[in-house]
Ligand binder design. Structure first.
Ligand code: SGN
Ligand code: CA
Length: 537
């Protein structure tokens, strides 16, 4: 009798339980996209422990997946962001370089998520020359933004100025939004976008003493003389000794420069003032306490310094300041993760940490990015989603920033437009079948700052076939397994003639697949030259 009673009770309750669980728990995940600007994977301890410890960023990979072969399609800021938002290569979304504004008639994944019922917000650096569409709330830096006391363009209050350090402020805004504006009835998509560690590398006051008294190991190719590769590598203006500015980048005071009669490149006094000139008196006191000392020691040492000493000195100053800015990024990522954990917002959240591209930390003697060589072609990528993705994984799949839009749309159960060009990473994240044996790359911004020639390429796990095509027309073939530091062009080595043929075929196929043809590229070249001749660039 008892059994029959419970059976009847159970069958009465069951349908309502199903109904209840369907309405109560929105199963669509939240999406949090964390991106810093110019953050090299060499400066994340989950990838490389030599330079810095980033325990909070590392935690994301511990909870999920660390991608060791993630890359960008065009290694420069705004174009990478446009590719992320549109799921299209630069030649199709139109944002081929940093010069022109983003074409807002493009369809972006935040617009689709918003239409599909997501609450959306963006905080930090966008760098599009206009405001983003598809966001319920945004507070973005104008253009590159500033490290200290930055201005923001906001959706609801127009332009505002906030006192303090940019990385802390962007995090405050983000957590504030989660606390006060988030609608718990909806899933959300949040873009939390740091300016750091972009040039010219001003760290938070609290890290000044520690970071300026630390010495960092040099990369083996710091004194690369660029032999064995094409002219494009030699022509680039991103050598630490020759092109990094003493005052603007390394914070040698203009008055120290004058007293030592040091010839300076570029607009470095402007650059020095552009960031250091924004400090308020208290901030300035903290900076001076540290940089006065550096300037005094430098003044004493400079007259006896050889070129090699200068390179070494600049590299150390570069690393102290660059890595100093990352200290605050890691602390603030930790602050956000703690908030999410405390509020049970981690489990059903697809959370990504990446950068708009990688960066050279002295490899090949360089700073900056743009080139197809690993340090700037690759980008960090750490992903977690505890409800769906197993913790502690590592993947060497050839994934790209091109894939984010479709990944997020699929996670949200929204159909991606057919003309998006990426591949959702969800199957890969869930250990299901996912394949790609080569990726495509195309960099355009030339002639321009740092003078990196235009190039396109096919990249497999084993090789890179690169075509520098603008000023000079030359090919490079890199054997990634035999030459991991990418110091030798084997394009004309007969031993590679068969592989060269295969790669040429793959490259041609990818250009057709992604609809990149020379006519399109020629359009951008013409447009650039016209604007340059009219003084607009
Ligand atoms: C600035 C920097 C460059 C950097 C570009 C692009 N110069 O112009 O070194 O390559 O931004 O960076 S600075 O003297 O103004 O700092 S990007 O990340 O926005 O693409
Ligand atoms: Ca960047």
């Amino acid at each position: 009798k008892k059994t029959i009673f419970y059976f009847l009770l159970g069958s009465l309750l069951l349908p309502s339980t199903i109904l209840f669980s369907q309405t109560k728990q929105p199963s669509r995940p939240n999406i949090i996209f964390i991106m810093s600007d110019d953050h090299a994977y060499q400066a994340i301890s989950a990838y490389d422990k030599r330079l810095i410890s980033t325990p909070n960023i590392d935690k994301i990979a511990k909870n999920g997946v660390l991608f060791t072969n993630a890359s960008v399609t065009n290694s420069i800021c705004a174009p990478s962001r446009a590719t992320i938002l549109t799921g299209k290569h630069s030649h199709l979304n139109g944002k081929v370089d940093n010069h022109f504004s983003f074409d807002t008639s493009n369809v972006t994944f935040p617009q689709l998520l918003q239409k599909g019922g997501y609450q959306t917000a963006m905080f930090g650096k966008l760098h599009f020359g206009n405001s983003p569409k598809g966001f319920d709330q945004f507070k973005i830096l104008p253009d590159q933004g500033n490290y200290y006391n930055p201005d923001f363009i906001t959706k609801k209050e127009g332009k505002i100025n906030v006192t303090g350090y940019v990385t802390d402020i962007i995090t405050d805004m983000t957590i504030d939004w989660l606390q006060k504006e988030r609608d718990p009835a909806k899933p959300f998509m949040l873009m939390y976008l740091h300016k750091a560690p972009h040039r010219s590398w001003l760290m938070a006051e609290r890290h000044l003493k520690e970071m300026t008294s630390t010495a960092f190991p040099e990369p083996p190719t710091l004194f690369d003389d660029y032999t064995g590769r094409t002219g494009a590598v030699k022509e680039a203006e991103m050598n630490i000794l020759q092109h990094m500015s003493w005052s603007g980048d390394n914070k040698i005071y203009p008055k120290t420069m004058d007293s030592l009669h040091i010839p300076e490149i570029g607009f470095d006094k402007r650059r020095f003032e552009a960031e250091m000139g924004r400090l308020n008196p208290t901030q300035k006191t903290h900076f001076n306490a540290v940089y006065d000392l550096i300037n005094a020691e430098f003044s004493k040492a400079y007259p006896r310094m050889t070129d090699q000493d200068k390179m070494r000195w600049k590299y150390q100053r570069y690393m102290q300041d660059y890595l100093g800015t990352i200290k605050a990024v890691d602390e603030n990522v930790g602050r956000l993760l703690d908030y999410l954990e405390a509020n049970h917002l981690l489990e059903n959240t697809l959370l990504v940490y990446t950068s708009d591209q990688g960066f050279y930390l002295g490899e090949h003697g360089w700073f900056d990015k743009r080139f197809i060589y690993d340090e700037s072609f690759k980008t960090p990528l750490l992903v977690s989603w505890p409800n769906q993705i197993k913790a502690g994984q590592k993947s060497d799949a050839l994934v790209q920033n091109l894939d984010f839009a479709q990944t997020f749309l699929e996670a949200a159960g929204i159909q991606a437009p057919a003309d998006m060009q990426g591949q959702s990473l969800l199957p890969l994240l869930k250990n299901q079948a996912w394949e790609r044996d080569a990726v495509y790359y195309h960099y355009y911004e030339y002639p321009a700052e740092h003078m990196v020639n235009r190039h396109y390429a096919v990249i497999t796990k084993k090789y890179k076939l690169i075509h520098y095509y603008f000023k000079e027309d030359v090919w490079e073939l890199i054997d990634r397994e035999k030459d991991p530091m990418e110091l030798k062009n084997v394009y004309n080595d007969p031993a590679y003639s068969a592989i060269k043929k295969t790669l040429h075929k793959q490259l041609a196929e990818l250009r057709v697949k992604y609809k990149d043809n020379s006519a399109l590229s020629q359009n951008y070249i013409d447009r650039f030259l016209k604007d340059a001749s009219e003084g607009k660039v």
